[in-house]
Design a protein around this ligand. Structure first.
Ligand code: NAP
Length: 243
């Protein structure tokens, strides 16, 4: 060992005692946060809004047109409100992006100011469809989530909720959504807020799945799930085992 070796015994003797590792399931209380959903008039956004509101979260559905958002909110019930996307972003602590990939970049670029300082949760799956089925597109930035991070330098961008079935989310007869949600992000505190939000929905669990540079695989996996759904006539979800 040389004196510059970080593991010399004299150095390690001077290290302060390590804090005990944090329990990864010790998640924050998110019950007071307002959640906005951009593109919340579509099946995914409306389904998420419904599930979160049904679990007691304050939710605002966003749309390019305020009246469409208000109609979707009224239909959803559970105290959900509707507003245009800009007002939704302004009034929310956490903003879920549930617009189609085709409108993703333009939508986020136009809301950069309103989304500054907000925790943004991207659930967009860039997919193409042809006669062989669904396939993953390759965004220039690497993934939809990385495109969001590039366009929103003043926001805290995470990615989650990619693998949910909007059909199950919207079905009021279904009590539990038995699936894990992979949550990606750069800051542990932000990831834990999103994990905690997912955990408010009965049956659902948020699991940390890496940094945004690994979002492409998570977004792409939806193409596989669509193949599963078509073959087995299912609404497949995912479970990460042994955690
Ligand atoms: N459907 C699912 O099961 C599912 C599951 C996981 C993730 N996702 C992801 O969630 C996102 C939304 O899925 P979805 O099926 O709900 O989509 P969608 O119905 O096609 O779109 C959602 C909403 O986005 C708005 N919108 C449409 N085109 C737009 C554009 N060019 N720019 C901005 N906003 C636009 C529309 O609302 P207004 O006209 O009211 O503005 C629409 O109701 C997608 O990116 C998808 O990959 C979907």
């Amino acid at each position: 060992m040389t004196s510059s070796d970080p593991m010399t015994s004299s150095d390690s003797a001077q290290q302060p005692a390590k804090a005990p590792a944090k329990d990864p399931w010790d998640l924050p209380d998110v019950s007071g946060l307002v959640v906005g959903v951009l593109g919340g008039t579509g099946p995914q956004g409306k389904g998420l809004a419904y599930r979160l509101a049904r679990a007691g979260q304050k939710v605002i559905i966003g749309s390019r047109a305020a009246e469409r958002a208000r109609a979707a909110a009224e239909e959803t019930g559970h105290g959900v409100e509707g507003a245009d996307n800009a007002e939704t972003a302004r009034r929310s602590d956490v903003v879920i992006v549930a617009v189609p990939w085709e409108g993703h970049g333009k939508t986020l670029e136009s809301l950069r100011g309103e989304l500054a300082g907000k925790l943004v949760v991207d659930c967009v799956n860039p997919l193409g469809f042809d006669k062989k089925g669904a396939y993953a597109l390759k965004p220039e930035e690497g993934s939809a989530a990385e495109q969001a991070a590039a366009l929103l330098p003043d926001s805290r961008v995470t990615a989650a909720f990619h693998h949910l079935s909007a059909v199950l989310l919207q079905d009021p007869g279904i009590e539990r959504i038995d699936t894990d949600v992979m949550v990606l992000g750069e800051e542990r505190a932000d990831v834990e807020i999103v994990q905690a939000l997912a955990g408010r929905i009965p049956g659902m669990r948020g699991v940390f799945a890496g940094r945004l540079r690994n979002a492409h695989q998570v977004e792409s996996l939806v193409a596989n799930l669509i193949s599963v759904n078509r073959r087995y006539r299912a609404h497949a979800g995912l479970r990460v085992t042994d955690v």
